[in-house]
Design a protein around this ligand. Structure first.
Ligand code: GCO
Length: 417
C-alpha cells in the first residue's frame, strides 16, 4: 500500500484516555461525579502503567492512542508538574522502544479545575490558556508523530453546554457555540505550533465522533428533517469547517449561524470515532424538540449501554469523512458488554466493513479499538465494560478476555491492509 503517512503498515491499535484510567485530583470531573469519591484512581493506571503497556505487546498492536491529563501537567495556574511530564514521556519512550506508534490526545474531555472555573471555553481567554499547555507539550514531548488536539469537541459542547450534564455544566446554546468557536481556534493554532515545534512530519487531527443518524419513522417528514439537520450539525459541519474555514450551523426555527474559524486545511489526517446509530424523532415536549432512541434493527442486539450495533454505519461516516481528502484513521470503535462473544462479533463486523471500504478505495490508515482495559465511562460510571481486558475495580486485577485473543488474531489475519 502506498502509505502517505510514512509508516509501512496499517495502524492497528487500541485507544484510551488518561482520566478514564487514572483519574486526577486536579481535574474538573473529580468533584463532578460522586463515584470518583470512592474510586479516585479508577484503575490506578497512573501507577500500573508499565504492566498495562505490556498488555499492548501481548495484543500485538503496533499503535496506541492515549491522552495527556492536562490537570496533572498544570495542577495550578502557571505551575508545571515536571514529574507528570516525565511520566507521560516515559510512556512514549516505552511505546517507541517496543515499536508501538504513540498517538497522543491533548484534550480528552477533562480540564484542570482552575481552568474551567476561571477560563471556561466560552470566554476568549480560554484560548491563550490552552495554547500555553499545547505549546509546552509540543516543545517538550519527544518521539510523537500522531497528535490529536481535541477528542470529540462536539460531544464536549453538547454535554457541557447544551445539555449541561458534564463540566462546565452550562445550559446555553449560544455560549456553547462560542465555546466551540474557541475550541476550533485552539485546534487551528495548535496545528501550527505542532508543525513548528515537532521535528519530522507530525500528523495532526481531531477525533470526531460521527454517528449514523436516522429518522425514527421514515414516513414522518418532521423526523426526516430533524435527522437531516442533526446529520448536518453533528457529523458534517465540522468537516465543512475544515474545508472552508466557516462553521455553519442551522438549527430548526433558529437563525443560521456562520462563523469564521481558522481551521481550513489544518488537518494531516482525520480521526473518526464511530460506535452506533441513533434514531431521532420530533417531540415538542423534549428539550430542543428532539427525542432519541436506539432500536435493534439489524438484529445484532444492543450494547450494555443500550446502543444499537450497526456496522454499516461505519461505511456511511467514512464515506463522508473521505470528502476531506486526507487519510482517515478510525480513532475509536468499540462496545460496552460483558458478553465476550458479542464483543468479538462487534469487532469482526466492523472490521469487515472497514476491509470492504479499503477495497473500495477509501484511504483508511488505521483502526483503534476502544478500549484496552475496562475504565470509567463518564456518566455511566464503571459498569460499561469496553475493555479487551476485564478490570476488577476492587482488587484492580486485569484479566484477559477472549475478545483480547480475538483482536490479536484479527490483527494478524488482516495485516495485509
Ligand atoms: C467518547 C470518548 C470515550 C468514551 C467512548 C465510549 O466517545 O465519549 O472518546 O471517552 O469512553 O467513546 O463511549
Amino acid at each position: 500500500m502506498n502509505n502517505k503517512l510514512g509508516v509501512d503498515s496499517f495502524l492497528w491499535g487500541v485507544a484510551t484516555s488518561a482520566f478514564q484510567l487514572e483519574g486526577s485530583p486536579y481535574a474538573d470531573w473529580t468533584s463532578w461525579d460522586s463515584i470518583l469519591d470512592t474510586k479516585p484512581h479508577i484503575t490506578n493506571h497512573y501507577e500500573l502503567y508499565r504492566e498495562d503497556l505490556k498488555l499492548l505487546k501481548d495484543l500485538g498492536v503496533n499503535a496506541y492512542r492515549f491522552s495527556i491529563e492536562w490537570s496533572r501537567i498544570q495542577p495550578r495556574e502557571n505551575i508545571w508538574d515536571d514529574e507528570a511530564i516525565a511520566h507521560y514521556q516515559e510512556i512514549i519512550d516505552i511505546l517507541n522502544s517496543n515499536n508501538i506508534e504513540p498517538m497522543i490526545t491533548l484534550h480528552h474531555f477533562t480540564h484542570p479545575l482552575w481552568f474551567i472555573k476561571k477560563y471556561p471555553w466560552h470566554e476568549d481567554a480560554s484560548i491563550g490558556k490552552f495554547l500555553v499547555f499545547a505549546e509546552k507539550m509540543a516543545s517538550t514531548l519527544k518521539g510523537v508523530r500522531y497528535w490529536i488536539t481535541f477528542n470529540e469537541p462536539y460531544v464536549l459542547i453538547l454535554a457541557g453546554y447544551f445539555e449541561g450534564c458534564t463540566p462546565p455544566g452550562i445550559r446555553d446554546i449560544s455560549l456553547g457555540i462560542r465555546a466551540l468557536k474557541n475550541i476550533l481556534a485552539c485546534h487551528g493554532k495548535t496545528y501550527d505550533l505542532i508543525h513548528e515545534k515537532v521535528a519530522g512530519s507530525p500528523m495532526v487531527s481531531v477525533a470526531h465522533n460521527m454517528a449514523a443518524l436516522a429518522p425514527w419513522s421514515r414516513w414522518n417528514p418532521l423526523d426526516k428533517i430533524l435527522a437531516k439537520v442533526a446529520r448536518h450539525f453533528y457529523n458534517h459541519s465540522l468537516l465543512d469547517a475544515f474545508k472552508t474555514g466557516i462553521l455553519n450551523v442551522k438549527f430548526p426555527f433558529k437563525e443560521e449561524i456562520c462563523i469564521a474559524v481558522p481551521i481550513r486545511d489544518k488537518l494531516d489526517f482525520f480521526g473518526v470515532n464511530y460506535y452506533t446509530r441513533i434514531h431521532m424523532r420530533f417531540n415538542p415536549f423534549k428539550k430542543m424538540g428532539i427525542e432519541l432512541r436506539h432500536r435493534d434493527i439489524d438484529g445484532y442486539g444492543l450494547t450494555d449501554m443500550g446502543w444499537e450495533i450497526h456496522p454499516r454505519g461505519l461505511e456511511r461516516v467514512l464515506r463522508h469523512a473521505s470528502e476531506l481528502n486526507v487519510p482517515l484513521i478510525i480513532t475509536e470503535n468499540g462496545i460496552a458488554t460483558r458478553d465476550c462473544q458479542k464483543k468479538i462479533k462487534y469487532m469482526k463486523r466492523h472490521v469487515d466493513v472497514l476491509e470492504r471500504c479499503i477495497k473500495e478505495g477509501f484511504d483508511v490508515r488505521g483502526y483503534f479499538y476502544w478500549s484496552l482495559i475496562d475504565n470509567y465511562e463518564w456518566l455511566q460510571g464503571l459498569d460499561a465494560r469496553f475493555g479487551l481486558y476485564r478490570v476488577d475495580f476492587d482488587t484492580l486485577e486485569r484479566k484477559p478476555t477472549n475478545a483480547a485473543a480475538y483482536y490479536s488474531y484479527l490483527i494478524k489475519s488482516r495485516s495485509s491492509f
